[in-house]
Ligand binder design. Structure first.
Ligand code: AP5
Length: 208
């Protein structure tokens, strides 16, 4: 299966992706995780992306498109993949379309996680990531065990100011891909409000 997860920052895409990949056995390809890894490694791409990410802005299309198309051409994606955070603009969606057509593949489904703006800041500000396991926690909604607290990371773009900026970019640049995929008959909407387990149950229905 080739699928795309779309939704505002903090909608729960990463949380649900980690549950889905176990079930579907396909690689989870998060553009945000790949960019953060490049920043950490100090590659040329990471250095270029860092200032955009810290400010909650989008990294330029050409950088992200090249990164993702290279990734999905790898052998582990031959039978499917789950894209999380890409595409995020119409040019990215069009570039993916062209690459899929050239490879003789199609996207099977696009899941849109719907969460009201009013909930987004609280989800992001309270998020904590485990750099060792990749597990995503939330100080209130999914608290980490005491013994892990010291090693958890608070993302640089999880400040209230950067989240507001990311949300405004989402509405301006990413929301237009919703009608793009709706027009192709690929979009399935998932209510992202509720506990992570409730959302997982809705995802399972959307995929059935
Ligand atoms: P990226 O890493 O993709 O961030 P994002 O899309 O903003 O999404 P998040 O990772 O913030 O949220 P999520 O939906 O995965 O939520 P999560 O499951 O963690 O991108 C970061 C940056 O990289 C961008 O700003 C941009 O600069 C750049 N970038 C990336 N891709 C790009 C692209 N294609 N083009 C250009 N630039 C790009 O959940 C959030 C929190 O809520 C967690 O604490 C979690 O525990 C909690 N939570 C989850 N589900 C629930 C629930 N049901 N109820 C209560 N709490 C919940």
């Amino acid at each position: 299966m080739r699928m795309i997860l779309v939704g505002p920052p903090g909608a729960g895409k990463g949380t649900q992706a980690s549950r889905l990949v176990d079930k579907l056995g396909i690689p989870h390809i998060s553009s945000g995780d790949m960019l953060r890894a490049a920043v950490k490694e100090g590659t040329a791409m990471g250095v270029a992306a860092d200032r955009f990410m810290k400010a909650g802005q989008l990294v330029p299309d050409d950088v992200v498109i090249g990164m993702i198309l290279e990734r999905i051409a790898k052998p582990d994606c031959a039978t499917g993949f789950m894209l999380d955070g890409f595409p995020r603009t119409i040019p990215q969606a069009e570039a993916l379309d062209v690459a899929m057509t050239a490879a003789g593949f199609v996207i099977d489904v696009v899941l849109l996680f719907e969460v009201p703006d009013a909930m987004i800041v609280e989800r992001g500000v309270g998020r904590r990531n485990d750099p060792i396991t990749g597990r995503i926690y939330h100080v209130k909604f999914d608290p980490p065990p005491d013994e892990l607290v010291d090693r958890l990371v608070h993302r640089k773009d999880d400040t209230e100011e950067a989240i507001d900026k990311r949300l405004s970019y989402y509405h301006a640049w990413t929301a237009p891909i919703v009608p793009f995929y709706e027009g192709k008959g690929l979009l399935r909407r998932v209510d992202g409000v509720g506990t992570p387990d409730q959302v997982t149950a809705r995802v399972n229905v959307a995929l059935s």
